[in-house]
Design a protein around this ligand. Sequence first.
Ligand SMILES: Cc1cc2nc3c(=O)[nH]c(=O)nc-3n(C[C@H](O)[C@H](O)[C@H](O)COP(=O)(O)O)c2cc1C
Length: 239
Amino acid sequence: MAPGTLGEILDPVSGFLDTLGEILDTVSEDLDPVGGGWTRVPWPTVAGVHELIEGRWSARGYDATAEISVDDLTSVLDAGRWAPTWGRVQPVRFVVGRRADDTFAGLTETLTRGNAGWAPASAALILVCTAAEPDDEKARTYAAVDVGLAVSQMILQANSIGFNAHPMAGFDAEKAVRRFAIPEDRRPLVLLGLGAVAAPEQVASDIRERDERPRTRLPLDEVAFADTWGHPFTSSPHP
Ligand SMILES: Cc1cc2nc3c(=O)[nH]c(=O)nc-3n(C[C@H](O)[C@H](O)[C@H](O)COP(=O)(O)O)c2cc1C
């Protein structure tokens, strides 16, 4: 058989390379659900979950130079203010610091454990406090539920304007009480870091390693029940 032209010989090779490129593009998109070059295993949600919820994650690799404007930060606080509140009590209060201001410096001094390593790169820190309610168990419980709802709304609002938000229990609440003269009828519960996710190559390797770990959750079958406890909602007959 006569040898073909160079073009004829290379044609199938270039077709193969195109296909390979398409496959690699798909794989790398799958491994980059947070964008910006991060290598992350995708975390699947069922169809129909809102992209803000689907895209949320607690990052640690923040860009220590990124700033948040007062308007953007105010929008996050207002999202928290408008969270549902048990009995319309509105027990939640915020202590708010932007990087480089005194409040931010005071909040970073309360960070404990591993948080002291990454959270100072936040663009803002928000200490979320609630009513102490030492003598009323019900009020105390729902004062904490209100915090959870406020934090959740703030996280999603932050995500919607391009910031990551990471809740923390790892801070010294007593130190915060002293530093900010928090009154006896309030208690700090959560410290929320808001930050811009840095390019992966700018992040310390230990933080990057943690941020690239797969995110997992129990399967829905193990957390959502119908008929009787433990019987998965998803396998129940639905009219
Ligand atoms: C009440 C609460 C306290 C948390 N405290 C910390 C903390 O101190 N430090 C930290 O790095 N992450 C903290 N987290 C974040 C969790 O580690 C994180 O949500 C969990 O690993 C799941 O990851 P994901 O948010 O990306 O889904 C906290 C989360 C919650 C809800």
